[in-house]
Design a protein around this ligand. Structure first.
Ligand code: FE2
Ligand code: FE2
Length: 489
């Protein structure tokens, strides 16, 4: 008898396994195909079904939301106070053992952070509806109202760049699930408005992990601004947490039967449980496993690049790299012959000298993130006693200053600075039309050539999609959109 097992009496329905990663990237394409629409609808329905039995601590009675919000904030405030007291009393960091652990986290949550706010995008075409005003305001604020330095996705992209963590697209499927659900909500807002409102309500509440993450990133010399910004902008008095509650109330008249509406809102709140949580991602880190993964990722090319003179454990490096399953054994062999001297200064290990430093023979093979992982792994138990600069890198304020200067230089080149209120360009006129300014100029000409308000807003909204809002034209479109909205109210 073969291994095929057929259950008698049960319909043979295939359970569709949606790929979060492919849905994520398909939804980031400009025009969704019919297949993408259908697959993402199925994916969303499946996630709603799976979270249906979860419990949410959110009250189903709208009148109790204010009290719930202040209780929630009080609890988080108290827990954070306890955390600070514990740290002050000498406890080690709760989340990140090493800098590479923190960088792993930044990279692993990138698919979610890079679509920050996206679940609200589907509302933007309803910009004239005052019952959605709070949600539209939150989306615009996620986009920094079109100001590059305040756009949450731009900020996160910069954070990844500064920390050499830009290779997030290679991450496994499971890291894309939460981002995929956010994009799916945007694609199906017309049929899932209460769920979008509920998801927003759940997402915009200040969690304890945000406070601890910001605190520990700073300790590890990583700019915590993206995270501290969210502790302020999502505040309970006037920020997104408050706006999210107002939004539940404002949109209620759209739905006749309030009980059904609130139940769907709660279903949306529970969608926040989909995929890996922040704490799951943090726990997912395995330093040794990450070193193995990094070396495996280099093996495809590396297996042809080394000289056959160097033999370790009876095999050449090329031979070791030819079989990815052998990488862990290869590491062990390197330790055995002293190429890697674990639990001491990595500078004493020949392997480290070969890969790190400007003049190292393998300079540039490993990204900054990958080097940090290898450094922390070699230093092992002695990591905390390593010199600060080698262990944590240059102070982030210094790095940030350099990148701001680069940004300014870029702006000067493209002349892409617009007045916040009017949307008009306020820098010098672009000197001339050239290959570098074509996109800006044709965008402007197009915007000024549309005299129908509906058509203009439709055009701008298209540029404000999760895939495009952080680009220079997307930011510009957001500023035009925002200034038009301001002129209406
Ligand atoms: Fe945000
Ligand atoms: Fe927010």
């Amino acid at each position: 008898m073969s291994g095929v097992h057929i259950e008698i009496g049960r319909p043979q329905e295939a359970v569709k396994q949606w790929s979060s990663k492919s849905i994520y990237f398909s939804l980031l394409e400009s025009n969704h195909s019919a297949t993408t629409q259908a697959e993402s609808a199925g994916f969303l329905a499946k996630q709603l079904n799976e979270t249906h039995s979860h419990t949410a601590d959110m009250p189903a009675n709208i009148e109790q939301l204010d009290a719930w919000l202040s209780d929630h904030n009080e609890v988080v405030g108290r827990q954070y106070h306890e955390y600070l007291a514990a740290r002050k009393a000498g406890q080690p960091r709760w989340y990140f053992g090493t800098k590479s652990h923190a960088l792993f986290f930044l990279r692993a949550v990138a698919p979610t952070k890079l679509v920050d706010g996206s679940w609200l995008y589907g509302l933007m075409k309803h910009w004239q509806d005052p019952r959605l005003a709070s949600l539209i305001k939150i989306y615009l604020e996620e986009l920094g109202d079109g100001v590059e330095a305040m756009n949450h996705v731009v900020l996160y992209r910069k954070l990844l760049k500064l920390n050499a963590c830009e290779d997030w697209k290679n991450l496994d499927e499971k890291f894309f699930t939460q981002g995929a659900i956010q994009l799916a909500l945007a694609a199906h807002t017309d049929s899932h408005l209460p769920e979008v409102i509920g998801f927003n309500l759940g997402y915009e509440q200040l969690p304890l992990h945000l406070l601890i993450t910001a605190y520990e990133l700073k300790e590890l010399n990583i700019d915590p601004y993206y995270f501290t910004l969210h502790t302020t902008i999502d505040n309970a008095q006037s920020g997104h947490a408050r706006g999210a509650i107002d939004a539940v109330r404002e949109a209620m008249p759209l739905f006749g039967e309030s009980r059904d509406y609130m139940q769907r809102v709660i279903a949306g709140v529970k969608l926040n449980d989909v995929g890996l949580s922040t704490l799951d991602v943090i726990k997912h880190f395995d330093l040794q496993g990450e070193v193995v993964r990094i070396l495996q990722s280099k093996a495809n090319i590396g297996q042809f690049m080394h000289s056959d003179r160097c033999v370790i454990g009876g095999k050449t490096i090329n031979e070791w790299l030819r079989d990815q399953d052998q990488v862990a054994v290869f590491l062990y062999e390197m330790e055995k012959i002293g190429w890697v001297k674990r639990h001491q200064n990595p500078e004493d290990s020949p392997f480290w000298k070969v890969i790190a430093g400007d003049k190292a023979p393998m300079f540039g093979v490993f990204t900054g993130y990958e080097q940090q992982v290898i450094y922390d792994w070699i230093a092992g138990e002695k990591i905390e006693s390593m010199p600060m600069l080698a262990r944590l890198g240059r102070p982030w304020r210094m790095v940030e200053k350099q990148s701001v200067a680069q940004e300014e230089a870029r702006h000067k080149r493209y002349g892409n600075v617009y007045d916040f209120q009017s949307g008009n360009k306020i820098t010098h006129q672009l000197r001339q039309e050239n290959d570098f300014t074509q996109d800006q100029l044709s965008f402007e000409r197009h915007v000024h050539g549309i005299d129908d308000e509906e058509k203009l807003m439709h055009f701008l909204v298209d540029w404000m999609s999760p895939a495009k809002h952080y680009t220079s034209i997307g930011l510009c479109a957001t500023r035009y959109f925002k200034s038009h909205m301001d002129s209406l109210f």
